[in-house]
Design a protein around this ligand. Structure first.
Ligand SMILES: Cc1cc2nc3c(=O)[nH]c(=O)nc-3n(C[C@H](O)[C@H](O)[C@H](O)COP(=O)(O)OP(=O)(O)OC[C@H]3O[C@@H](n4cnc5c(N)ncnc54)[C@H](O)[C@@H]3O)c2cc1C
Length: 442
């Protein structure tokens, strides 16, 4: 990264950013323009998507900004970081959850957060993840663990043998989130001091002079949640943290090089169904016996890959034994089919109860068809000899349009840390170069 002598940046505050925003215009459905007043001196950054990559990107932008020696304290305060998310909570594939009786939760996307022990001599980077990323991922996890948001899985034997899970006793560290994977995303956002705008979908990225014009729709905060308002706002830097097809849908390609477009158009994900099944408390001892202290069970079934028992993740104690219990069923990769019938047959075999009896315990279920699940064709599979550390895409005049996501690395916590950190590095570079250009003009 280019660094410049400190004095170069002693430019007047008013000239801090070349992409001054005179006022952010929000266009309402009735066609009226609302002017959001700002002092015209902010450097506005938009992160699109509050999945794992988006939340880690905001954290790393804050941390990298703090460490920048070329951006002074006042200039750092002028950086305005926004996050928009089309869903109603920070979720994506990592933090999606199912709820029963409004308080009982089950993770219905990722089940386990896995890191490599950076001090193990067998630890190696690869598939878009460097040793520095592994070190960083470990630091973030330790922080979350000390906040009580992650619990280490005592032994890999407790986990199911899935095709994606990387197991190697002692080398990998696996964690569950007692308050749900979603609590990890919320904590990352809190640490970044950012409150996302939910129900906001970005539809198009365009250019307006030196600024980036972002168009989209926001759900109205009214009883009629179906009504939407359109908006159009200007930013100095935009980071898309969304799956490749969602990025393409924003017309971001026009800002990207041919090679970067090729990546977005050709990476591929598999699909699968996940279902959360909630049962009344009477079924708990029966399920506990079947699970036999394991957290996950790989089953011999055409449709189901494995069953994840949510009780041990939640640290269920005697106090809450009377509450419903839950299983999350992961379908075989590539299939988008309902799983309830297969689950009932499997449980019937395992418990020697009739399917009807099992159904009588069921009180709620939720199914998600993950049309975008885990990477099967990531960036490194579609580009011959990709540049080392190519972990995010950049476009626009000065690289101020950034696209990050697990497609650049791998579908895992480590992969998301790597791409998010690269995106944050790019954002800080854009700010520093902007300041440098300003200092040259004054
Ligand atoms: C079933 C399943 C199980 C998995 N299990 C594990 C596991 O055990 N361990 C593990 O490490 N990984 C696991 N993974 C992979 C991991 O969840 C993903 O790699 C990771 O969550 C990807 O995060 P992301 O932020 O890049 O993308 P996403 O999670 O897809 O997040 C993108 C976000 O952007 C939002 N968005 C998209 N377009 C727009 C738009 N135009 N405007 C506004 N918002 C938008 C979406 O709503 C979403 O919230 C699993 C994935 C699945 C599907």
């Amino acid at each position: 990264m280019t660094t410049f002598p400190w004095k170069t940046f002693a430019a007047p505050l008013a000239a801090m950013c070349s992409n001054l925003v005179a006022g952010a215009h929000v266009k309402c459905e009735n066609g009226k323009q609302i002017i959001n007043q700002n002092n015209g001196r902010k450097f506005r950054i938009l992160v699109v998507g509050s999945g794992l990559t988006g939340c880690l990107t905001t954290l790393r932008i804050r941390q990298r900004l703090k460490c920048s020696h070329v951006i002074n304290h006042h200039q750092k305060n002028q950086v305005d970081l926004h996050v928009v998310e089309r869903a109603s909570y920070p979720a994506g594939r990592f933090g999606a959850m199912a709820k029963c009786q409004s308080t009982i939760i089950a993770d219905i996307g990722a089940q386990v957060l896995s890191t490599l022990n950076p001090n193990d001599c067998r630890a190696r980077g690869g598939h878009g993840v460097s040793m520095e990323d592994i070190q960083l991922a470990d630091e973030i996890v330790r922080d979350l663990e000390s906040d009580g948001l992650l619990d280490a899985v005592a032994s890999e034997q407790l986990l199911g043998e899935t095709s994606e899970r990387m197991v190697w006793e002692g080398l990998w560290r696996h964690y569950y989130a007692p308050m749900g994977m979603n609590s990890i995303l919320r904590s990352l956002l809190d640490k970044s001091n950012v409150v996302p705008s939910y129900g906001v979908r970005v539809d198009e990225i365009g250019a307006l002079g030196d600024s980036i014009q972002v168009y989209g729709k926001a759900r109205r905060q009214s009883a009629d949640r179906s009504s939407q308002t359109t908006f159009s706002e200007q930013y100095d830097c935009v980071v898309l943290c969304v799956p490749s097809h969602d990025a393409l849908a924003t017309y971001v390609s026009k800002f990207l090089s041919k090679e970067a477009r090729h990546v977005l158009e050709n990476v591929g994900y598999d699909q699968r169904t996940c279902e959360a099944h909630f049962f009344s408390a009477e079924f708990r001892p029966i399920l506990a016996k079947v699970m036999d202290e394991r957290y996950e069970l790989t089953v011999d079934n055409d449709k189901i890959e494995y069953i994840s028992w949510q009780d041990p993740k939640r640290g269920i104690t005697d106090m809450v034994m009377s509450q419903p219990c839950s299983l999350v069923v992961h379908g075989q990769a590539g299939l988008l089919e309902p799983l309830a019938e297969s689950l009932d047959s499997t449980l019937s075999k395992l418990t020697a109860l009739s399917k009807e009896k099992i159904q009588s315990y069921r009180i709620h279920e939720k199914s998600i068809r993950w049309e975008v699940s885990q990477m099967i064709t990531p960036m490194e599979a579609v580009v011959a000899d990709p540049p080392t550390n190519w972990q995010c895409l950049r476009g626009g005049k000065n690289g101020e349009i950034i696209v990050a996501g697990d497609f650049m690395t791998q579908s895992s916590y480590l992969g998301c840390v790597a791409t998010a950190d690269a995106a944050a590095r790019a954002v800080v570079e854009v700010i520093e170069q902007d300041l440098y250009r300003q200092s040259q003009n004054t």
